[in-house]
Design a protein around this ligand. Structure first.
Ligand code: AMP
Ligand code: MG
Length: 318
C-alpha cells in the first residue's frame, strides 16, 4: 500500500503512537521516523531503508531539556553548542543511558541526538512523549530526499505515511560532533558550518572524513550516491575525454558550450547556501536523465562548501 500523504502534526503523532513509520520534514533532509523506544518500530526503519544494522540512527528531540533522559554526560562544549545552535542542523554524539535501545545506536555506548528546525516536526515532537529515531528517508546509500515527493518515489510502498512539510531549507544532512576522550571532534561535515562551531568552542579534532570501516558509522566512503557514475574535476576537461552521454553539475554557470545533455547549476551567484539547498535535487534530476556520467566540479573548501564537497566525493567513490 502506498504511504499516506499527510499535512498535520496531529495525524503524524497518531501514526507514530501506534508504532508506525512516518517520513518527517526537517531543515536538513527528510527523515524516516519511528518511536525510538519501540524496538519493533525501529527495526522497521532498517528494513524499509535496506540499512545495515551497524549504521546507527539519530534521535530527534523537542528541546535541550530532553537530553537528560537519554545521555549520561553532557560535556560543557556540547551544552554550549546545543544552546547556541538548536534547533538546527547539528547532531551531538554523547554517552547513552540504558533507556536508549542498542538497535538505535548499533551497539555503541554513545547516541547521536539533535533538535530539528522545522515548525511541523517541532509541533509533532510536542505531541509525543518519546524521542524519534530517524535516519534520512532514502534507500541506504542513495542521495537523501529534500522533498516529500522524493520520499514517496523511493520509499512510498514501504512506510505508513509522509508528513509533507515542503522542500527542506538547508538541503544537507546535519553536521555531527562527537566527544571521544572528551575532545570535541567533527565526525561529518553538514548543514552547520564548522567555522561557526569553532568560533563558539575553539578548534575541533577531525576524524578521517571517509572510511570503509563500519565502526566509523555514516562515514562510509561510498554513500549519498546516484546510480550514474559521478566524475569529479573540471567538467570541460572531463567532457573532452568522454564518448558516452553525460550531464554536468556545476557550481556557477559556465558550461553551456559543453555537449552535455543538461547543465544543472547549483548557484549562479555563487552562494553556498543556495548550492547546498539545490545539491540533492540536482543530483536526482541528472541521475534520471539517459546519461552514463554526471560530471561535477568541487566547490571552494569553506563553509558549506566543505559539506557539499564531502557528499560529492562520496557520490564519486567506487
Ligand atoms: P543519517 O541520519 O542517515 O544521516 O545517518 C545517521 C548518521 O549519524 C550515521 O550514519 C552516523 O554517521 C551518525 N551516528 C549516529 N549515531 C552515532 C554514534 N553513536 N557515533 C557516531 N556516529 C553516529
Ligand atoms: Mg542517510
Amino acid at each position: 500500500m502506498a504511504a499516506q500523504m499527510i499535512r498535520t502534526a496531529e495525524e503524524g503523532a497518531s501514526v507514530l503512537k501506534r508504532g508506525g513509520l512516518l517520513a518527517i520534514p526537517t531543515e536538513t533532509v527528510y527523515g524516516l521516523a519511528a518511536n525510538a523506544f519501540d524496538e519493533a518500530a525501529v527495526a522497521r526503519i532498517f528494513k524499509a531503508k535496506g540499512r545495515p544494522t551497524y549504521d546507527p540512527l539519530i534521535l530527534h528531540i523537542a528541546d535541550v531539556a530532553a537530553l537528560k533522559q537519554l545521555v549520561r554526560n553532557v560535556y560543557p562544549e556540547a551544552r554550549m553548542l546545543a544552546e547556541e545552535f538548536w534547533p538546527g542542523p547539528l547532531t551531538l554524539v554523547l554517552p547513552k543511558k540504558e533507556i536508549v535501545p542498542d538497535l538505535v545506536t548499533a551497539g555503541l555506548d554513545t547516541v547521536a541526538i539533535r533538535m530539528p528546525d522545522h515548525p511541523l516536526t517541532l509541533e509533532l515532537l510536542g505531541k509525543i512523549d518519546f524521542p524519534l529515531a530517524a535516519p534520512s528517508a532514502n534507500p541506504f546509500g542513495y542521495v537523501s530526499p529534500t522533498s516529500a515527493a522524493h520520499v514517496a518515489q523511493q520509499l512510498g510502498g514501504r512506510i505508513d505515511a509522509i508528513l509533507d512539510g515542503g522542500t527542506t531549507r538547508v538541503g544537507l544532512e546535519s553536521t555531527i560532533i562527537g566527544f571521544p576522550g572528551g575532545r570535541p571532534t567533527l565526525y561529518r561535515y553538514g548543514g552547520l558550518e564548522s567555522e561557526r562551531i569553532e568560533s563558539l568552542i575553539g578548534s575541533l579534532d577531525y576524524v578521517a572524513s571517509s572510511s570503509s570501516d563500519p565502526l566509523a558509522p555514516g562515514m562510509l566512503e561510498k554513500h549519498y550516491s546516484p546510480s550514474k557514475k559521478v566524475l569529479l574535476g573540471d567538467p570541460a576537461a572531463l567532457a573532452a575525454q568522454l564518448e558516452a552521454p553525460f550531464a554536468i553539475l556545476s557550481f556557477r554557470s559556465g558550461f553551456e558550450t559543453a555537449a552535455a545533455l543538461e547543465v544543472f547549476t547549483l548557484s549562479a551567484r555563487g552562494d553556498l547556501h543556495e548550492a547546498a539547498h539545490r545539491l540533492f535535487m540536482g543530483l536526482r534530476r541528472l541521475d534520471a536523465l539517459p546519461v552514463e556520467y554526471i560530471l561535477a566540479e568541487l566547490l571552494p573548501e569553506e563553509g558549506l562548501g566543505r559539506a557539499i564537497n564531502d557528499r560529492l566525493r562520496r557520490a564519486a567513490a567506487r
